[in-house]
Design a protein around this ligand. Structure first.
Ligand code: NAD
Ligand code: IPM
Ligand code: MN
Length: 327
């Protein structure tokens, strides 16, 4: 069987940026089957499930999953939301290491976000007295595996790892710090620093050049990766790769479905296309094609910037510029 990618076009600007990803994949000189499946708000409306079983099975069987953003204001406040489908997909594929690179000028950092545990997956609910709770739980093995990935990646880059936590307050963070320190014994060539999350948020804005790889729990990584995107060109250009130990990775932009600009044809597809590049490199072992797409996106950012970057290009015109730069 040939290489198969499941494409999840998602919601709001999702299908707009996914269409450009499809065009670019079709333009590459490689054999690739692209299998589009329902997921997110559209799927929830049609089938009652944000992640229909058929979609999950197709994802499991694929070589890689390319996912556009999901989420729709119609479900704000609803008890079943499209985002739950995304949480389930990540968990089912056990893609625990979410790589979120952010680079511009002399800034070149990579956030490794733990993706399938922590407060986003802990017990939650409402007690009889009306108290609402979300709990943050980590098993040491969950910290160990993501830390090991982060150290291994740091070794291939600047050999510096900043581990982000809130060890001055949280029990989970104290365990996180202990386990990361233990894992560091296997990576003596990597310089390890522990940094409290509030300080990390400040330094990321003030001295972003000092960071190489940052490893964070699920929630800290979610927040700091939007911040890292903001200092390196914005959410419109920030891509991510979510990887496990085996099975397909999930490749998705850092940004959401941007309902505020949906339907206008002005969404920046650069994040989605850089995500295609990450998929080619980390998911399909197509390193040459990955570099070609990355270079073409960089060229298009100069020639056809979209409104979020101060330009006037439409989503499709940005796609045109990428295709042109590829040929
Ligand atoms: P968002 O990332 O969708 O948008 C934040 C701001 O950035 C908006 O002003 C938006 O217009 C802008 N923006 C984002 N991507 C852009 C792009 N490609 N081009 C130009 N501008 C862009 O965040 P939000 O508004 O908080 O969330 C909207 C929905 O997306 C919610 O339902 C949320 O749950 C969902 N979401 C999904 C994912 C995902 O699927 N991985 C990620 C984040 C948020
Ligand atoms: C992201 C998003 C998701 C997350 C939401 C939509 C579940 O914010 O991918 O960063 O929190 O992981
Ligand atoms: Mn987020």
């Amino acid at each position: 069987m040939g290489t198969r990618v499941v494409l999840l076009p998602g919601d709001c600007i999702g299908p707009e940026v996914a269409a450009q990803a499809r065009r670019v994949l079709d333009a590459l000189p490689i054999e690739l089957e692209v299998d589009e499946r329902p997921f997110g708000a559209g799927a929830l409306r049609e089938t009652g499930e944000a992640l229909p079983d058929e979609t999950l099975v197709a994802c499991r069987d694929a070589d890689a999953v390319l996912k556009a953003p999901i989420g729709h204001p119609d479900f704000d406040g609803a008890s079943v939301r499209p985002e739950q489908g995304l949480m389930k997909l990540r968990s089912e594929l056990d893609v625990y290491a979410n790589l979120r690179p952010a680079a511009q000028g002399d800034i070149d950092l990579l956030i490794v976000r733990e993706l399938v545990s922590g407060i986003y997956y802990g017990a939650s609910g409402t007690r009889e007295d009306g108290t609402v709770f979300d709990t943050c739980e980590y098993h040491p093995s969950e910290v160990e595996r993501v830390a090991r990935q982060a150290f291994a990646i740091a070794r291939t880059r600047g050999s510096k790892l900043a581990s982000v936590d809130k060890a001055n307050v949280l029990e989970t963070s104290r365990m996180w710090r202990r386990v990361v320190t233990e894992v560091s014994a296997e990576f003596e060539d990597v310089e390890l620093e522990h940094i409290l999350v509030d300080n990390a948020a400040m330094q990321l804005v003030q001295f972003p050049q000092r960071f190489d790889v940052m490893v964070c729990d699920n929630m800290f990584g979610d927040i700091l990766s939007d911040e890292a995107a903001a200092i390196t060109g914005g959410l419109g250009v920030a891509a991510s790769a979510s990887l496990g130990d085996s099975g397909p990775g999930i490749f998705e932009p850092v940004h959401g479905s941007a309902p505020d600009i949906a339907g206008q044809g002005i969404a920046n597809p650069a994040a989605m296309l850089r995500t295609v590049s990450l998929m080619l490199a980390h998911g399909l072992d197509e390193h040459e094609q990955a570099e070609a797409v990355d270079r073409a996106v960089t060229t298009a950012l100069e020639r056809a910037p979209t409104p979020d970057l101060g330009g006037t290009a439409t989503t499709a015109q940005f796609g045109d510029a990428v295709i042109e730069a590829l040929s």
